[in-house]
Design a protein around this ligand. Structure first.
Ligand SMILES: NC(=O)c1ccc[n+]([C@@H]2O[C@H](COP(=O)([O-])OP(=O)(O)OC[C@H]3O[C@@H](n4cnc5c(N)ncnc54)[C@H](O)[C@@H]3O)[C@@H](O)[C@H]2O)c1
Length: 370
């Protein structure tokens, strides 16, 4: 099979760090090459094409999708555009990798999955958290009953709304204007539910399976943030906690805190006969070097050392899915379920009630864990 032509829709932080720089190592040229990039900001796509040797650049997604060299696309625009662009890409017969989150709502995600089935194209959705070896071992421990009956899991992230203000590439952008991360602080698609909780929720559901009921409490503490000298007025929550019911008395707790706590993208798990905390399963260290427990599975060291190895891996997973029909860790079905958890969280925060979920997905089997 010839190398697949990849088109990036959007050329901001994630396109640069998870695709352009990784493919610029040219170690997978036999599988995939950068066919095209588009971005509506004048000069940006052109600057990226020149910097990273991308074959074609465009101002619009329609032009990119009409390019016959583009076989697969990665959607790297802000989240509010993902559904419309994903749908157009699918209908143009392209295979699609979605950056997180794959859409704004689970209904949109379901429509994308259905349309992809109809068009016979493949989808992957970031974040592919089950490619994290610690998550793989956590799922294995659950499936092999090493914890007894799991009673609860806890995970969380902290300080999330400060993250994008510090991303180096936003200030120096190949001659194009600075990439001000305003949309992360604005409705409808900003905020740490879509941006950061999604990682921990994907890990927890990947390990324990789909959730049946959700409740969530939280709100907004900080009203403005500073990018250089520029003030960004925030509209989004910055401090909240999810409570998840996995059924049969197994619960999950996930915090996203403005401050305090630690980053637990991979949850701690507690059961009637054991516990898994920080890479230690029932007093046994799972990884000789704990850092390797957090490293994207199967990636060569030169990619692991770069920024955004997981998103790069998610893109390559689509490449392999198309070429070898291998079920991806970052499945659209799980992406859709996690979106419903996020929506239910908003609903629960508004109403003060626990919300029942309708979507589901099939978590990885022992065989698929490898
Ligand atoms: N930055 C990160 O750390 C990070 C990590 C993982 C995933 N993501 C995800 O990647 C996606 C993009 O985030 P980012 O940080 O790169 O954002 P960004 O703001 O840095 O870049 C977004 C780019 O999309 C372009 N754009 C705007 N409207 C567009 C449209 N209609 N069509 C095509 N391009 C358009 C913008 O001009 C900009 O260049 C989001 O889904 C985000 O959640 C970001």
């Amino acid at each position: 099979m010839k190398a697949l032509g990849l088109g990036a829709i959007g050329s901001g932080e994630i396109a640069i760090n998870s695709i352009f720089k990784h493919l610029d190592l040219h170690d997978t040229d036999d599988k995939v090459y950068m066919a095209a990039v588009c971005d509506p900001v004048p000069g940006r796509a052109e600057a990226m094409a020149q910097q990273y040797g991308i074959k074609s650049w465009y101002m619009t997604d329609d032009e990119l999708l009409a390019d016959p060299n583009v076989d697969i696309v990665s959607i790297c625009s802000p989240i509010r555009f993902h559904y419309e662009q994903g749908m157009k890409a699918i209908r143009a017969g392209k295979h699609v990798h979605f950056n997180k989150t794959m859409a704004m709502t689970s209904r949109e995600a379901m429509e994308l999955i259905e349309e992809a089935r109809r068009m016979n194209v493949k989808l992957t959705a970031s974040p592919g958290m089950m490619a994290m070896p610690l998550n793989i071992e956590s799922r294995r421990a659950v499936l092999e009953n090493k914890l007894g009956k799991v009673t609860y899991a806890i995970g969380g992230v902290r300080g999330v709304l400060f993250y994008h203000l510090r991303e180096g590439y936003r200030h120096d952008n190949c001659g194009s204007e600075p990439l001000i991360p305003t949309w992360y602080y604005k409705k409808p698609d900003g905020g740490p539910q879509y941006d950061h909780a999604v990682y921990g929720l994907t890990s927890m559901t990947g390990i324990l399976g789909p959730v049946k009921r959700v409740s969530c409490m939280g709100g907004q503490i900080m009203k403005e943030f500073k990018f250089g000298e520029q003030i960004i007025e925030s509209e989004v929550d910055d401090n909240f906690v999810f409570l998840l019911d996995f059924g049969e008395n197994t619960f999950g707790m996930f915090y996203s805190a403005l401050a305090g706590g630690e980053n637990m993208m991979s949850p701690s798990l507690y059961g009637t006969e054991g516990r898994l905390e920080k890479g230690v399963l029932n007093n046994v260290q799972l990884f000789e070097n704990p850092i390797m427990g957090m490293a994207a599975k199967g990636l060569p060291m030169e990619h692991l050392k770069m920024h955004e190895p997981f998103v790069y891996r998610d893109v390559m997973e689509l490449v392999d899915y198309v070429r070898e029909d291998k079920r991806p860790f970052g499945s659209a079905e799980q992406g859709c379920h996690v979106l419903e958890i996020i929506e239910a969280g908003f609903e629960s925060m508004r109403s003060g009630r626990t919300v029942e979920l309708k979507t589901s997905f099939t978590p990885l089997t022992l065989e698929e864990l490898g």
